[in-house]
Design a protein around this ligand. Structure first.
Ligand code: FAD
Length: 530
C-alpha cells in the first residue's frame, strides 16, 4: 500500500522571513560582472514576492530575482549558470499562480517574467498576423503576456484564441508549461494543442525557435513540460474568428449517471460545425456549504436560490452541467441560436424546470472568473495579506471509473466530511484532442474527466484539507483507478516516474538534452528532490 505523506521541509509554516545571507554570497561572485547584474534584486520586496505564490502553502527563498529587460538577459543568466562550476537553479515566474511552489527557486534566481511586459523593444508583446496563404491567422505573444491581454488584443481584429483557461490572469508561458484547460478543451484540445511555434531559451541558454517541423523534440518537450527544458519567450497561437455573444446555460441533475451521460453525449457533438453541439462544456458540484455559484459570480437568479438550495439539502450533492453556445450575429436579426438551443435541451435529461440561461458578451463569458479571483497586482497583494491558502487537487480520471469515483470520493469522502470549500469542477474531455508527443500526461482512455477540488481555506486550515486530498489519492490507488494529477506536485522521484509512466524515459532524455545541468524550474521537484 502506498502511503502519501506531506513533506514538511518546504512548508511555509516552517520558514520565517527572508534570510539576511543572500546574493552575492549564495551566487557566484562573478555573476556581478554580467550586464544584467543591475537588474538582479535581493531586497526583501523582490524576495518576498518570488518566495510566495497563489497557494500560500509553500515558501522557498531565492538568492535573487532577475527583472529582465530583454530575452538576452534571461539567456545570459541561464548560460552563465549552465557553464558555471557550481550551477544554480533558475525558475521563470509568470503570475506565480501555481499553488505548491512550482515557480520558486530556493537559493537560486527567480526570473520575473512580467517585467518583460514593460519593455518597448518591439520583440515582445502581442502581434496578430496572417499566415503565408492569408487563410491562417495566428498571434505571436511573449511568454510573459496574460491571456486577458491576448484576448483584448486579438478581439481588435475580430479574432480570438480557441482554447482557454477559466481564469485569464495567467501568463501564456505559465499555462503552456502545464496544458491550459477549460470548457473548450473537449473540442479544441488544451492550449498546448493550439500552438504553431515557440521561441524557447533552453537550459543551456540557447534561444531556439521550435515547431512540429523544426526542433520538434524541444517543441513537444516544452508543451506541458513544467518549465523543465527552458523558458518560453514567444508562442505563436492559433486564432479563429471571435464570436460576439454567448448563450450560457446551467442545468441541474440529482443523478450522477444521467449527468455524466449527458456530458459525454455533449462532447461527442462538435460545436460550430454541428448545430446540435456546444462550444464549451464544464460541470460543477453544488453542495450545502459555500456559495451556490463558487467563483462564477451570481449565475442563478436570486428568485431561484431557495428552490435550488432545497434541492441540494434533499440530495446532498447536485450536479450541474455548464455549457455555452457561441453566436456570431446580432440576436435581434437572427433567432436561430435560440432554436438550436431548444432542440439541444430537448435531448438532455436534467431535472425538469432546472435549466438556467444567461446571454452575455464573449468577453464577459471568458472573463467570468475575474469577479471572484483578484486580477490586478494590487488586488493580489492585498489578497495575499488576507492570508488564504489554496490546497488544490486537480485530477484526470478515466471515464470507465468515473462512476466509482463519484461514489467512493465525491459521496463517501467529500460529502461526508463536509470540509470542502471552494469550487469542485468535473467535466470530460476527448483524448484525441491531446498530442501524446507533448510532455503533458493524461489517462489512457479515449475520454477522461478532469476533477478539480479548488479549495480555498484559512492559512491554518489547509493541512486538514490536504489530508482529505491525500485520502482521495489513496482511495484511487487502492481501487486501482489510474488517475493522473494535473498541476502535479509530487515530492519523490518515484512518484514522478509513476506520473509520467511510459513518458518518463523520454522526459529524462529531454532533460539531459535541453537542461543537462538540471537548472530549470526546481520548484517542481522533479530532478532535484530527495
Ligand atoms: P507560474 O505559477 O508563475 O509558473 C508555473 C510554472 O511554469 C513554473 O514551473 C514556472 O517556472 C513555469 N513557467 C512560468 N513561465 C514560464 C515560461 N515563460 N516558460 C517556461 N516555464 C514557465 N489552469 C488551467 O489549466 N485551467 C484553468 O482554468 C486554471 N484556472 C486557474 C485559476 C486560478 C485562480 C489559478 C490560481 C490557477 C489556475 N490554473 C488553471 C492553473 C494555472 O494554469 C497554472 O498554475 C499556471 O502555471 C499559472 O500560470 P502563471 O503564469 O501564474 O505560472
Amino acid at each position: 500500500m502506498v502511503v502519501f505523506v506531506i513533506c514538511v521541509s518546504h512548508l511555509k509554516s516552517t520558514i520565517g522571513k527572508p534570510r539576511s545571507t543572500s546574493w552575492p554570497s549564495l551566487l557566484p561572485p562573478n555573476l556581478q560582472t554580467l550586464d544584467l547584474a543591475n537588474r538582479l534584486r535581493e531586497d526583501p520586496a523582490a524576495i518576498n514576492i518570488a518566495s510566495s505564490d497563489h497557494g500560500n502553502i509553500v515558501q522557498e527563498i531565492p538568492a535573487a530575482v532577475l527583472y529582465p529587460s530583454s530575452i538576452d538577459d534571461i539567456a545570459s543568466l541561464i548560460k552563465f549558470a549552465h557553464f558555471n562550476s557550481s550551477p544554480f537553479h533558475i525558475a521563470a515566474r509568470g503570475q506565480g499562480h501555481s499553488v505548491r511552489g512550482q515557480a520558486m527557486a530556493r537559493n537560486g534566481v527567480v526570473v520575473d517574467m512580467t517585467s518583460l511586459k514593460n519593455q518597448k523593444n518591439g520583440y515582445h508583446g502581442i502581434k496578430v498576423s496572417a499566415g503565408t496563404n492569408g487563410a491562417i491567422w495566428y498571434v505571436d505573444v511573449g511568454g510573459e503576456q496574460l491571456w486577458i491581454d491576448v484576448l483584448n488584443a486579438t478581439l481588435e481584429h475580430g479574432l480570438a484564441p480557441v482554447s482557454w483557461t477559466d481564469y485569464l490572469y495567467l501568463t501564456v508561458g505559465g499555462t503552456l508549461s502545464n496544458a491550459g484547460i477549460s470548457g473548450q478543451t473537449f473540442r479544441h484540445g488544451p492550449q498546448i494543442s493550439n500552438v504553431y511555434e515557440m521561441d524557447v531559451i533552453t537550459g543551456k541558454g540557447d534561444v531556439v525557435t521550435c515547431s512540429p517541423e523544426n526542433n520538434k523534440e524541444l517543441f513537444y518537450a516544452v508543451l506541458g513540460g513544467l518549465g523543465q527544458f527552458g523558458i518560453i519567450a514567444r508562442a505563436r497561437i492559433v486564432l479563429d474568428s471571435a464570436p460576439k455573444r454567448v448563450k450560457w446555460i446551467r442545468m441541474l441533475y440529482d443523478d450522477f449517471s444521467t449527468f455524466s451521460g449527458d456530458q459525454e453525449h455533449l462532447i461527442s457533438l462538435n460545436g460550430r460545425e454541428n448545430k446540435n453541439g456546444v462550444d464549451y462544456l464544464e460541470g460543477l458540484l453544488l453542495m450545502n456549504h459555500g456559495p451556490l455559484d463558487g467563483w462564477r459570480s451570481s449565475f442563478f437568479p436570486l428568485t431561484d436560490h431557495s428552490k435550488i438550495t432545497s434541492l441540494i439539502t434533499k440530495n446532498g450533492i447536485i450536479y450541474s452541467i455548464e455549457m455555452a453556445k457561441y453566436y456570431y450575429d446580432d440576436p435581434s436579426l437572427d433567432d436561430s441560436i435560440d432554436k438550436e438551443l431548444e432542440v439541444l435541451l430537448e435531448t438532455l435529461s436534467f431535472i425538469p424546470g432546472y435549466a438556467f440561461e444567461k446571454d452575455v458578451s464573449f468577453v464577459d463569458f471568458l472573463n467570468r472568473a475575474a469577479s471572484r479571483e483578484p486580477t490586478t497586482e494590487v488586488d493580489q497583494s492585498q489578497e495575499h495579506e488576507l492570508v488564504t491558502s489554496r490546497p488544490w487537487l486537480n485530477l484526470f480520471v478515466p471515464k470507465s471509473r468515473i462512476s466509482e469515483f463519484n461514489s467512493g470520493v465525491l459521496k463517501d469522502i467529500v460529502l461526508k466530511r463536509n470540509i470542502t470549500t471552494g469550487l469542485v469542477l468535473i467535466y470530460p474531455m476527448n483524448k484525441s484532442k491531446w498530442d501524446d508527443r507533448m510532455s503533458a500526461v493524461t489517462p489512457d482512455e479515449d475520454v477522461f474527466y478532469t476533477v478539480g477540488f479548488l479549495h480555498i481555506s484559512g492559512v491554518d486550515e489547509w493541512e486538514a484539507i490536504d489530508v482529505q486530498n491525500q485520502d482521495i489519492l489513496q482511495y484511487c490507488y487502492n481501487a486501482g483507478i489510474d488517475i493522473k494529477e494535473y498541476l502535479p506536485s509530487y515530492k519523490r522521484r518515484k512518484e514522478w516516474e509513476n506520473h509520467f509512466a511510459m513518458k518518463w524515459e523520454t522526459f529524462q532524455e529531454r532533460k539531459a538534452r535541453f537542461d543537462p545541468e538540471m537548472i530549470m524550474s526546481p520548484g517542481q521537484r522533479i530532478f532535484n528532490n530527495n
